[in-house]
Ligand binder design. Structure first.
Ligand SMILES: O=C(O)c1ccccc1N[C@@H]1O[C@H](COP(=O)(O)O)[C@@H](O)[C@H]1O
Length: 224
């Protein structure tokens, strides 16, 4: 799907920084309660997508508790490649989207702390059956995402080992200071961050985006 996604971009310079740093995807947040919200009706949102497309970046729209039709309307209006379901959506919503040809990322919100492979399997299997790509995030309660909380990375490595599913994304509290350790401990080959590359909260930092991508790419290179 993607290797490095920087989520919650709001300005043209954010998109430029992701591209320059070696990221390959951006996330646009359509959850109105998020500090990273962008209005799908603003011309500037479609412009962000246009610019990302020119840079060859995958454009992912983050939605919370919207219907399949609402997600598709926004995707068409602003120009998205992928729909990320990050709320309490039913599997039906994902099925409707994948059946109509949309690429869907499903956020699986795991409790903090160690979690067994079977428990992860139970959570993910309906979404895999619906044709979704999995993204693991820490449960952020009513905020739904962007909490900066980290997962028990070794649990994901153990699940991957037992289940054999290798095409998934790690999220939750990833930042320049911990991304190399997170990659090593989890075995993730795809990562996503929002708050970890900001300073102050809600404002992307060029330096932190660069440090994050550099550390991640170096961690993968040292594994191969
Ligand atoms: O970023 C948000 O504000 C947000 C709000 C609601 C749903 C999802 C959101 N973002 C997603 O959450 C993950 C983890 O965020 P963080 O790195 O811990 O800050 C992020 O990668 C987005 O995909």
């Amino acid at each position: 799907m993607f290797q490095v996604k920087i989520c919650g971009v709001r300005h043209n310079c954010d998109v430029q920084w992701v591209s320059q740093a070696g990221g390959d995807a951006i996330g646009l947040n359509f959850f109105p309660k998020s500090v990273r919200y962008v209005d799908p009706k603003d011309e500037s949102t479609a412009e962000l997508c246009q610019l990302a497309n020119e840079f060859g970046l995958l454009r992912v729209g983050v939605f919370v508790n919207r219907s399949a039709v609402q997600c598709q309307e926004v995707a068409e209006a602003v120009g998205l490649d992928v729909i990320q379901l990050h709320g309490d959506e039913s599997v039906d919503v994902a099925q409707q989207l994948t059946a109509s040809g949309c690429r869907v990322v499903r956020a699986i919100k795991l409790p903090l702390g160690e979690i067994g492979a079977q428990a992860i399997n139970d959570l993910v299997s309906p979404w895999l059956d619906a044709g979704c790509h999995l993204l693991f995030d820490a449960d952020a309660g009513a905020a739904h995402g962007g909490s900066g909380k980290t997962l028990h990375w070794q649990s994901l490595a153990a699940w991957q080992e037992s289940d054999g599913c290798s095409d998934w994304t790690l999220a939750g509290g990833l930042k320049p200071e911990n991304i190399a350790a997170a990659i090593r401990a989890s075995g993730a080959t795809s990562i996503d961050t929002a708050s970890g590359v900001e300073c102050p909260r809600g404002v992307k930092s060029e330096e932190r985006v660069q440090q994050f991508c550099r550390s991640a790419l170096a961690a993968w290179a040292s594994q191969s």
